[in-house]
Ligand binder design. Sequence first.
Ligand code: IDC
Length: 343
Amino acid sequence: MKKKIRRWIGFIICFVLLFSLPESSRINVYAAGTETTAKKAPATPLEKNGRLKVKGANLVNSKGKTVILKGVSTHGINWFPQYVNKSAFQTLRDQWGVSCIRLAMYTEEYNGYCSGGNQNELKKLINNGVKYATELGMYVIIDWHILSDGNPKKNQKKAISFFKEMAKKYRNHKNVFYEICNEPNGNVSWSEIRSYALSVIKTIRKYDKNNIILIGTPTWSQDVDVAAQNPIKGYTNLMYTFHFYAATHKDSLRNKLQAAVKKGLPVYVSEFGISECSGNGNIDEKEGNKWISFLKKNKISYTCWSLSNKDESCSLLRSSCKRTGKFKSSDLSKAGKWYKAIK
Ligand code: IDC
């Protein structure tokens, strides 16, 4: 009889001990021998860094650590919609170390958002692009790609209603950037761009208090030194864009960037190439390396133009490449091979 009682007590103790273990180890106990050897996927850029914000001149992650995003820009999504796909973005993330995709939506070039393009189709592409990037844990820039419309005020009303829609939709996303005017150019001053930016920012911030807003600067987003003299006040999470093309732009343009950095302006290189500024002509890898080391030294994020197979030297893919994702080495242009190797 005593033996029986002891056995029961022993049984109850075992039972209590087993269920006092944390659930994870309990499962191991039950599943011993059935464990798989599958490795956990590495953390995505978004899992690693969370919501980014602007601190001083830098982009910092949710733990306050400075981050530099390596990005790729699409070509105009109105012309090359086929590259807005998850496989392309995933290849860039996993094989190129890219953490940010820029979705370039021309406003006034042929079939642009404000020049006869199908606005619903264009927004669908933006929404799909944001969705793929989000699923892959990547950051994503929604780029209002002004170019021949030099002065952003020209389409200000349309910009405001577009960004109102985007800000309402993406207020809870942690990975979205709004780039409100790609490259102001022609006869447009910083004070005009500043006043455009203030109206768009005011609209965005009504709905989205956090996501970072990128602001273009005069002369095709080169005059960050001018913007640095009178930056926008009263809002957080703003950055100013600086663009360069390495076969054209060298020390004298770097000096302008240096001046802005010295003033503490938060700068984001939302577009650059190593071709000439026409997007074609020579490729200058050496100058490209100089630029990248300058950007790294100053903790500035950068985005390379462009993910397409257009027959021009800034394209990251060869014109013979028909693939729209899972790019192989033989699919890459000179610029593509160079950029893939940038760590
Ligand atoms: C270029 C494209 C080219 C296209 C042209 C449209 O590479 O295929 O025909 O735009 O006008 C920029 C612009 C970007 C340009 C790029 C290269 O932001 O739209 O793309 N560039 O010229 N600024 C400096 C260079």
